[in-house]
Design a protein around this ligand. Sequence first.
Ligand code: FES
Length: 228
Amino acid sequence: MSHRVMLLGTEHAFTVDPDESMLGAALRANIHLAHDCKSGTCGTCRFKLVEGTICYREPPMGLSPEEEEEGFALACQALPTSDIVAGAEILSPLLADPARHKAAVKGVDSLSRDVTRLTLQLPEGASCAYRPGQYVNILMDDGRPRSFSMASVPNGGTIDFHVRTIPGGHFTEGRLPQLAPGETLDVELPLGSFFLRKDDFRPLLMLATGTGLAPIKSILESLLDDPD
Ligand code: FES
């Protein structure tokens, strides 16, 4: 049996088919609920169950018993068992739409044995309105993307990336060492829904290793710049 989901405080409503997750149904209806892993582990798709009931095929790892007790659920795993009223984060009003640009290489510096800092400059007039934590796709000649998180805060179109050399990597071992200032790369940004939700009540613990530090560094630097 299908069920109807209404998103509190919005005009959005959609129908969830039998055995369909709430997130799957929302995306099918072009409603971009926040999400990342789609496997119940990251917690990004957490929503408040205001009215109605849901069940899970398996208890999701990304939701603590305390959160569940407070009425939160994970949209990527939740199967509605009744009509629902939910308080959920919709991405489109929060995030700039991704756009493609030709970015100029500004610097290529070695940070360690296998990590390079790549600095790109977006063209004048291009929006640099990403949220610290998001990533960019660098598009290879064949159109295939390589994804890298921004390691710096939005700053007049200049963006740093930390790129780890992957043995045999087409971009990291082939193209990157050959790049010279002034060359251009096709890029698409901003992408991803990993960014800080300042109104989240949960304590914040940031852990990263290697080049996974890049998005965390960007978030922390943005907090240093933020008087609030
Ligand atoms: S998208 Fe990661 S837990 Fe749902």
